[in-house]
Structures are given as C-alpha cells and as structure tokens.
Ligand binder design. Structure first.
Ligand code: LLP
Length: 856
C-alpha cells in the first residue's frame, strides 16, 4: 500500500465477454467509480475482446494471404463495432497497435516462431485496453494506460516457454509507489508480460486471471476481482447440471482444486499469488454486478466436511495406462516414469494395486494426442511391463474439504457407479478430492446423479451454497410468483386472523390455474392429483372440476376421495401403496380403482390376489432426484419400486397367473426442477417396454418443483412438454402425471402471530404462535419458505430474525436469518407456499393443535 497516502489497491480483471459491449464498459466504469469513491486505487486488467485471441492464433499459423486478409478484416470489424457503439473514434494509441499488428501479420506467410507469435497474440489485449482507455475517458474517468510489459517481468527459469511463462508474486513496493504517484486509476492488459530482455511473453491461455493475481500481489491489493459472464463458481458445470448451486465462499485450496480438476471459471495458477498474500478473490458477473458472486479466501469458520463440487475433465483420447509387471522390483517406478519423461508425457492421476499401476495422462499436454509419439512411447514402455491403453475416458472429481471424513456418506453415492466400469480411483493427498475415471459416455448422467446425491440434497440452508444456476439465470420469474395471490387478499387474511392465532389459508383459483397449465400439455394425456400433498375437500373438488383424477397411497385416502368428491369414479383413482398389508390390495381391486404394485415379493407371495387382473408396475429406474435426500424415491437407497433386474422372472410368474401389466409407473423424487429427469425416465421406460406388450400407459409420477424463493423461476413446463413429446414420438402410449406439490404449494399460506421477541447470542428471535406442529418441512428437510410480516408489508426490512415456533425442540425454526421490518407482539406473520405438505404433515406434538384450514 502506498505510504504516501495509505490508500489501498483493488485489482479488477475483466474477461473477453466482459469487455466486448457498451453495457460491459458501463459496468466497468461504474465499478471503477465506486471503488474510487470508496478511497481505493484501482488497477483494471482486461482480456482481448471475445473471439479475438482465436483469430490471432489462426493468423499466427501463417497461411495464404487471402486467408490472413480475411482474418484481419474480421478483427478490424470486431474492434470497429465496439468503438462505434461506444461512440468513439480510434485513438492514436489504438491506431499505433493496430498498425503494428498489420505489420506483424503481413511480414510472414509461414507459422510464426514462438517469440513473434507471443508478440502477435499480445495485440488482442493491447487493442482492447486502448479502447478501454477511451471508454473510461468518455465517462470522465481519468485513467493511466499501462503497458503490462513494464509491470510484470517473467521469472528467468531455464527453458522458459515464452507462450506460458511465470512471473514473480513478490510485492513490489517501488512499482506500487510509481503507480500511486501516477494516478488512482490504471488500465492494463492481462495475459502479457515481458521476458528478461524485454521481449513479449504470454502467461498461457486464460492467463489474464493470473496477470491480475500477480498485479494484486505486487501491489499488495486489498482485493482481487475477476469479472466474467457467469455469476460465480458453481458446484458443477451448469450446462450439465442446471440446478448446480452457486458456491458463496471457498477456501483457496478448494478453489485451487476445483479449478485444477475442471471448473473453468478461474485460471488455476491465479490462486497461489493471492493466497500467498491472503488477498481475497471475488468472482463477479458483469451482467449482474450487484450479485455477491463467489468469494475465495482463507477459511475463517470451521466448516463441516461437505462435497462442494462435482467436476469432470475430459481425458480425451488416452486416459489410462496399465502397467502390469513385477513392479515391486526396486526402482521399477523410477524406470517407468523415466520413459514418460523421455517422451514428454505428463501424468496427472495415479493409482496402484498389487500388480498394476494405473495412470492417466494430463489432457492439457498436446503431445498426448500425437499418435506417432504415442506408439514410440508404448514400445519403450513395453520393455518394462505390459501396457493397456484405454481411450475415451473422463475423470469425475468430488471436491470438498476433509473428503476423507465423508467417505462413509459417499458410499451410497458411489452406488451410481455400480454397472459403469471405473478405471481408477484416486484420493488426493491434501484430502480435498476423490477422483474416479470412467468411460466418457457415462459422464453426464453420473455427474448429475452425484450432484443430486451429494450436493443438491444437502445444500438447503447451508451458508456455503447460494441459489442454483436455473434460479439465477432465468430472466422471467414465474408469473404467479411475481404477484402472489395473498398480496391481493391482504385485508381478507387480516380479517380472518382477527379472531385466530394461526391458520392455513388456501386460494382455490391458484390451484385451478396450476391444473389448467398441466391440462394444456400436449404430451400428457392424464393428470392425477397426488392427494397426500393436501387433502382439503374443497381443493380436491376444485381440482376434480378441472378434470383431474387422483393418486392415493392408502385405502383411507381412496375411501376419502370417493366420499368427498361427488361424481368421482373408482377408475379416476390410482392406488400406489408401498409395503401395505395384503387386504389393501384386495380392497382396491374389489373397488375397481387402478392399482400400482411396487414390490415383486407381493406378486410372488400372493399371486391369487392379482390373477386375471390389470395392474401397473412401479419400477425403480436407477438413482432418483429430489430437493432433499429424504424425498428421493428411486435408486439403491430407496424402499420404492421394483428393480429392473427382477423383471424377467416376475414377468414369467405374472404370465402364469394371467396378471396383465397395462401401465408402467415411476416416481423418482419430489421437488425436481430439472426437466431432463423426466426425459431420462421416459427413455428408460421405452427400453423396458418391449417386454410388456400390453402396456398402454406410462405414468411418470409427480415431483415437479415449484419456486420457494422470491425471484426463483417456475418449473419450465414448455421445455418439459417438448422433451416428453420428442421422446415419445412414434409411440401410441398415454403419458400420465401425478403431481402434488405443483398443483397446491403456491395456493396455500400459513398465518401465525408474533408471540414474543428475544435477543440472545447472535440471534434476534421472532417467536410465532405455531411452529413445527403445523409446518415440519423446515425442521425435517431444511426447506426454505418465504416469510413476511403481513402487518407491516410496506415497512422497510431492518432486522435479521430467526423465526421460531413454540414447540419444545431446538429444531423448531421456521426460517433462519429472515430480513424483516422491526416486528411487534401480535403482528401477523405469513409463511408462503405452504399449500403442499403443510397441514397434512402436521401433528399435535406438545398437545398443541396445528393451524386449522380455511379457504378465501
Ligand atoms: N406420486 C408418488 C408415487 C409419490 O410418492 C409422490 C410423492 C407424488 C406422486 C407427488 O409428488 P410431488 O409432485 O408432490 O413432488 N413431504 C415431502 C414430499 C414427499 C413426497 C412423497 N411422494 C416434502 O414436503 O417435500
């Protein structure tokens, strides 16, 4: 920090997509202004405009003049378009760099040597930073343009690669003082530095992050901000797992591990300089500058062991070498690795057994895809041991602190690897990752399942995890959530509460609208309402009025529906029991309701019950999904469904007794927002289908998620419909759904009254009149429900409250850290989206009656 002024530095790096438009530059200027106003000195580090480094790389390959001219035209257009959209003319700084680029590009028709190549590639950043300089000036921000080559010098390592050099991460007080004297705002280039003789060197692809980290170290900055086009680091690649969660905070080691094992947001070498000087790194999104992003820093609180990320890296062509030999001979490994070294092969994972050493080759090293080199390498290695090569592999790494202590918990998750061949398993020495190498065709489904089992089902209410990718990136929140029904019925709700302490209140129209949305789906022939979510008689009748049938899980539910909904026929009901007594199956068949059997044991033990009958079979289609592990109803750990491998024997026995399977059923879990799950389910059904020629119905169960947080997107019904329609094309089958939550969650609220307030320890407690006896979801699943003070809807939020009920359990917490207006005894507190699994799961624990139900 400059001794002259005592002002601290902030280094902000903006990637290619964050410097390529007018909006980007508005963000950069606004952020610089904020930091300056906050008394900071600012160093802005920029990448080349999007796509420019790729064009320059092609230019450096040489080639025909016409091709080079075309590339130059494209480069010129990219920069000119940005200048003109910013309303700027090219400055002399820009023109100088542009001319030097033209000169370099035209000087040779053949591929450039590394030093010239480095110089040519450096022009992407030289040009973008020149434009940036003018954009800042146009916003009345006086900046100093710095040539990065005068700021960062590469370390003089023997055999240094000018295209992937390293710099020192020592503090540079002299440099800091020079810059502080020149001004408070600077702009420079990422990716480039200068070598010992002043020549241009590069820091490798993605090296702008590392430039910024070196500069932060040199200047002993207060913070390093990496601005990019995603909201932070996620628990998995969001393109593969849309419900991956934003990681709010990571330790340096976790971030290093995630970046090295495949998370692409941060260039791995950029972490060490920041870590050495304990500079926090913030990953921020240029499109959403006010979002907090991911903070990487020293671990300040003790965290429970937890998997934070599931990342995969393509091992491309060659992934595994297996050395079979008498390898316990002294020096065997040294000899074997000498062969790797001689041929320029780098190993990134290794596992050993009694007779085998398995290694995978670092995919970053280009030599590994050179066939000729590979065969020479293999010949050489064959003199030491037998070698087996496996291609097309992928590594899947589970990353998180103290991974060793959670091996027990991982075991259930590892079941997903059952029938997939695992080529190797390695556990990192630093206790931060467990990596498995599998065939790449299984990668996507495995990553999704592991994420679901190890992260999604654990993440609710844990401070390390933020919102999901889907929640953050969807522009349009669901229509219903923007204006929840209860906002228009505020007076009615207050009136209803004038004589009560608590109440569940339902709005039938909201449920009807949800039913209509489902009834409109082209791919779905029939919608059954899953009665267990909410059995209020008026709701059942409202849904029946929309043409829905019912799905029941007990004979009590069946009888209740038959007696409560006038006009309902037994054929409108599907009974899906689990471990129910024999007489329930008999009664159901006698009553003529549809029946789903989910255990082959029942069919083998009581064949006479099902003889000559039409039934549905509930199948276990492999790992399930759900908002919490307790609501995953498929996969090795769940008690539901018939395992696919039992079907052939079962089929034979059913044929003998004339039991016809007319429907296949599966319900993989509850509260799922990823629409791909149902497509996969349907695909698995279609694989099984040839064994069941009489099937005419595929029942995909329920599970459709609803938004529980403000601003969260609604279930993507359009995509859901489209995926199902595509997958079912060419089949004459009916698709049925049986959702509960989707139909009723948003139609209900739980009202209660503030009883008492208390401040103790770190918490302000807001006590309300009913708790887990009415709504057990927060205590049972860590579920989140929005909470508002209905008596003070228009007052500003001021306090963070822990909202608790009156039950004698420390777990009787309805919401943690809820930002609400200062509340008083008697205020009405509303807990939103409690129409599903609210009252039906309530109890009289402590002899406290749960809230009663009302319709408005
Ligand atoms: N079909 C079957 C066979 C089911 O087991 C369930 C729910 C559903 C349909 C309806 O699932 P939905 O569309 O509502 O997700 N108490 C938990 C939910 C447990 C769901 C049990 N089965 C919660 O509060 O989140």
């Amino acid at each position: 920090m400059s001794e002259q002024t005592g002002r601290s530095w902030v280094v902000m790096k903006f990637g290619g997509t964050s410097v390529s438009s007018v909006d980007c530059w508005s963000t950069i200027c606004a952020q610089a202004r904020l930091k300056l106003a906050d008394g900071k000195r600012v160093m802005i580090v920029v990448s080349a405009l999007s796509g420019v480094t790729n064009l320059l790389t092609r230019l450096a390959e040489g080639g025909k003049k016409q091709e080079r001219d075309e590339i130059l035209l494209e480069l010129e257009a990219k920069h000119r378009d940005l200048l003109s959209s910013l309303g700027l003319a090219p400055s002399s700084l820009f023109t100088g760099h542009w001319n030097s680029l033209l000169h370099l590009a035209n000087s040779s028709g053949s591929a450039l040597k590394p030093a010239d190549r480095a110089l040519l590639l450096a022009h992407g950043e030289l040009l973008s930073s020149s434009i940036g300089m003018d954009a800042l000036a146009a916003a009345q921000l006086e900046a100093v343009w710095q040539d990065a080559r005068s700021l960062l010098k590469t370390t003089a390592e023997a055999g240094m690669d000018v295209l992937a050099a390293r710099c020192s991460d020592d503090t540079e007080p002299a440099l800091e003082q020079r810059l502080a004297a020149e001004g408070s705002l600077h702009i420079t280039q990422g990716f480039i530095a200068s070598g010992p003789a002043g020549e241009t060197c590069l820091l490798g692809r993605g090296g702008s992050d590392t430039s910024a980290a070196y500069l932060a170290a040199c200047l002993e900055a207060k913070s390093l901000e990496i601005w990019t086009d995603v909201p932070g680091i996620f628990s998995a690649d969001p393109r593969v797992v849309p419900e991956s969660r934003l990681l709010n905070r990571l330790s340096y080691s976790e971030a290093q591990e995630l970046a090295s094992m495949g998370a692409k947001v941060l260039h791995p070498p950029s972490i060490q300089p920041a870590r050495r000087h304990q500079i926090p790194i913030f990953i921020k999104d240029s499109n959403r500058p006010s979002e907090p992003g991911t903070r990487i820093g020293a671990r300040t609180v003790r965290e429970e062991a937890q998997v934070k990320g599931v990342v995969s890296t393509n091992k491309n062509k060659i992934a595994r070498n297996q050395l079979r030999a008498t390898w316990r001979l002294v020096g065997f490994l040294a000899d074997a690795f000498a062969v790797f070294k001689r041929h320029g092969y780098s190993v990134d994972l290794i596992s050993t057994s009694e007779s085998t050493v398995t290694v995978s080759l670092d995919p970053q090293v280009p030599a590994h895809s050179d066939e000729l080199r590979m065969s020479a390498f293999l010949d050489d290695l064959a003199s030491l041991c037998k070698v087996k090569i496996h291609s097309g592999c992928i590594s899947i790494s589970l990353v998180g602190n103290s991974i060793r202590t959670i091996l027990g918990r991982l075991s259930a998750a590892l079941d997903v690897f059952q029938d997939r061949h695992v080529h190797m398993v390695t556990q990192s020495a630093n206790d931060l990752n467990l990596t498995l190498v599998v065939d790449s065709e299984h990668a996507v489904s495995l990553v999704r399942k592991l994420h679901q089992l190890l992260i999604a089902s654990q993440a609710e209410n844990r401070p390390e995890f933020g919102p999901s990718w889907t929640e953050l990136t969807r522009l349009q929140p669901s229509d219903d959530l923007t204006e929840p029904w209860w906002k228009n019925k505020e007076d009615q709700l207050k009136q209803l509460m004038s004589e009560r302490e608590s109440a569940f209140v339902y709005d039938l129209d909201t449920a009807r609208k949800a039913a209509r949305r489902l009834q409109k789906l082209d791919s779905v022939s029939r919608v059954l309402y899953s009665v267990k979510a909410n059995d209020h008689a008026e709701l059942l009748n409202a849904l029946a009025g929309e043409g829905l049938g019912f799905e029941c899980v007990s004979m009590e539910e069946v009888s209740y529906v038959l007696s409560t909904v006038p006009g309902v026929r037994p054929a409108d009901i599907l009974f899906t029991p689990n471990f129910a007594p024999r007489h329930e199956y008999e009664s159901a068949l006698e009553a003529g309701v549809g029946l789903t059997v989910d255990n082959s044991w029942a069919l083998h033990q009581w064949p006479e019950v099902f003889a000559g009958r039409d039934i549905f079979l509930r199948l276990d289609l492999d790992a399930g999904y759900g908002h919490h592990k307790k609501v995953i109803t498929s996969g090795a750990d769940s008690k539901f469904g018939i395992a696919l491998e039992h079907l052939p024997v079962l089929k034979q026995s059913m044929d003998q007794h004339g039991t016809r399977v007319v429907g296949l059923h599966a319900h993989t879990g509850s509260g799922v927002s990823n629409t791909d799950v149902w497509r996969e389910q349907l695909q698995r059904f279609l694989e099984v289908l040839p064994g069941f020629p009489e099937v005419r119905v595929l029942d995909l169960g329920g599970g459709l998620g609803v938004p529980y947080r403000r601003g969260q997107a609604g279930f993507d019904l359009e995509r859901f419909d489209q995926l199902l329609a595509e997958t079912l094309a060419d089949h004459e089958l009916e698709l049925w759904l049986e959702p509960g939550r989707y139909l009723v969650a948003e139609s209900g609220v739980l009202l209660s009254r503030v009883t008492q307030l208390k401040t103790k320890g770190h918490y302000h407690y807001l006590g309300v009149s009913t708790g887990m006896n009415s709504l057990i979801r927060p205590a049972l699943y860590g579920a989140y429900h929005d909470i508002v003070n209905l008596s003070r809807l228009n007052e500003p939020a001021e306090w963070h409250y822990r909202v608790v009920g009156p039950i004698c359990e420390s777990g009787d917490v309805l919401g943690e850290s809820r930002f609400l207006p200062r509340s008083e005894e008697g205020d009405i507190i509303l807990i939103a989206n409690t129409g599903a699994y609210g009252r039906v799961m309530s109890s009289r624990y402590n002899r406290r009656d749960p809230a009663r139900e009302y319709i408005v």
